[in-house]
Design a protein around this ligand. Structure first.
Ligand code: PLP
Length: 463
């Protein structure tokens, strides 16, 4: 339990301040692990655990005899990865309390772990709020971060004690004044999201020339504005977007004070990626916060990271359900064909209408690797990856729609056929949650959980 308690936020029953030495030890261990390229002393690595789980499942399925759906797509989720991301967050943004964006992946085990770690939750709908409250989370740990809310949902949160919510326009203020005047409001401001994968500011955010009027209206309506929020766009790549947004938020804090509001919290939203850009992003944000909202002002800083926490934790395995051979023209003209001269269209049992919805909605480019071919499971080996001079494949989803294509062209050494398996890493963000049942395919696939961190296992009660 030791390792786990060290990472718990002050929301949790065990106070972080009582564990500062353990926290430091854990961070030191984390840095050592990073320097050693991972490796979790005494536990199998993330790759070993995921590889074993994938192998066990796919080797248990015989596509010639299995029942319908036995060969369905499935995920393997390493909750240790979510835990490490939390540690990395604490290391880089110690002043910023994360409120995980549930929309990104409402997986119950992910939420359970994050709840144990003491994060808050950013929810966008009644169902998300219900799910989080259903875990026994204190309503004070939830922000209803949707500037344009459904009336009945506002009444729902009012009766369930969820007070924090965002707004960005005058109509919404009047709605809240009517339905929930005691709400704690965050004024969401517009950002420069031009460097992000998914732009949000076309839809949400008050421009700086409207914020004064909005604060004035909130004051006249007798509402309680407690802070400012922003989102620099999901999958942001320009750290300076955070600097500008923090500066703008500071300006709006001053406007709020002039209107008589005692603003106490800045919400810096999401947009963080899990790759190496995180450290750059966090560095710029940290400095901006220290300049505009220094610790001595006592302003609380929260954030709404989604993708950052889960993207790299989920791997998906998909079955090859059909193959179409595109013969080499020379072979058609009578020459002897070898498989290397042909190319193939392969059809797998998941696609753009399923867990690969991230290609459409989240501008992602999932990369296929070979999990099982020719009777051998080859996860994590060099042979699993693409090669420049291998056999060419295009990879298609199972629906009747022509846009349902995952990969236009990729080359593998392996000759893939029906019953073989592919896997795709980094499939945790905006995948399962936006899958549909189009053409009657399932949108609810198994998740096999593994855990490469002892601390996370302790928190999950797996020890
Ligand atoms: C209001 C809000 N907060 C947080 C997020 C999570 O963003 P990300 O996954 O980029 O961290 C989103 C994503 O759309 C959002 O709209």
């Amino acid at each position: 339990m030791v390792m786990a308690t060290a990472l718990i936020d002050s929301f949790a029953p065990l106070e972080f301040t009582n564990n500062h030495l353990l926290y430091k030890e854990t961070l030191d261990r984390f840095i050592e692990q990073q320097n050693n390229h991972g490796g979790n002393i005494g536990l199998p690595s993330k790759e070993e655990l995921i590889g074993d789980a994938l192998r066990e499942r796919v080797e248990s399925v015989d596509h010639e005899f299995c029942a319908p759906g036995d060969e369905d797509t499935f995920f393997v989720a390493d909750l240790g990865e979510v835990y490490r991301q939390h540690l990395r967050w604490k290391l880089n943004l110690p002043r910023v309390k994360p409120f995980y964006a549930v929309k990104c992946n409402p997986d119950p085990k992910v939420l359970q772990l994050l709840s144990s770690l003491g994060t808050g939750f950013d929810c966008a709908s009644k169902a998300e709020i219900e799910q989080v409250l259903g875990m026994g989370v204190d309503p004070a740990r939830i922000i209803y971060a949707q500037p344009c809310k459904t009336n009945s949902y506002v009444r729902y949160v009012a009766s369930h004690g969820v007070r924090q919510m965002t707004f960005d326009n005058a109509d919404e203020l009047r709605k809240i004044a009517r339905l929930f005047p005691e709400a704690e409001l965050y004024l969401r401001i517009l950002t420069d999201d031009s460097s992000s994968l998914c732009r949000l500011s076309q839809k949400f955010g008050a421009s700086l020339d409207s914020t004064n009027n909005l604060l004035d209206l909130a004051s006249r309506l007798g509402l309680n504005v407690v802070g400012v929020s922003f989102h620099v766009g999901s999958g942001a790549s320009d750290p300076l977007a955070f600097l500008k947004a923090v500066r703008d938020a500071h300006h709006v804090f001053q406007q709020g004070a002039a209107c008589g509001f005692d603003m106490k919290t800045l919400d810096v939203g999401g947009g963080f990626c899990s790759d190496a850009s995180f450290e750059d992003m966090a560095g710029v944000l940290r400095s901006a916060l220290d300049e505009y909202f220094p610790a001595h002002t006592g302003i609380n800083i929260i954030a709404e990271p989604g993708r950052y926490y889960v993207s790299s934790a989920f791997t998906i395995a998909c079955n090859v359900i059909a193959r179409r051979t595109l013969e080499d023209p020379a072979a058609v003209n009578g020459a002897v064909s070898t498989s290397r001269e042909s190319s193939y269209m392969i059809y797998i049992n998941d696609g753009l209408y399923g867990n690969f919805s991230s290609i459409m909605f989240d501008h992602q480019h999932p990369v296929a690797k070979v999990l099982r071919a020719d009777g051998r499971t080859i996860y994590g080996t060099a042979a699993a990856g693409a090669v420049p001079d291998g056999i060419e494949y295009s990879i298609w989803g199972p629906t009747c729609d022509g846009i349902d294509r995952i990969t236009e062209s990729i080359r593998f050494d392996a000759v893939l056929d029906v019953g073989d398996w592919l896997y795709f890493e980094d499939m945790g963000a905006y995948t399962k949650c936006s899958a549909t049942k189009f053409n009657g395919f399932s949108d609810d696939h198994d998740v096999i959980y593994v855990c490469s961190e002892l601390g996370a296992k302790a928190l999950l009660g797996w020890l």
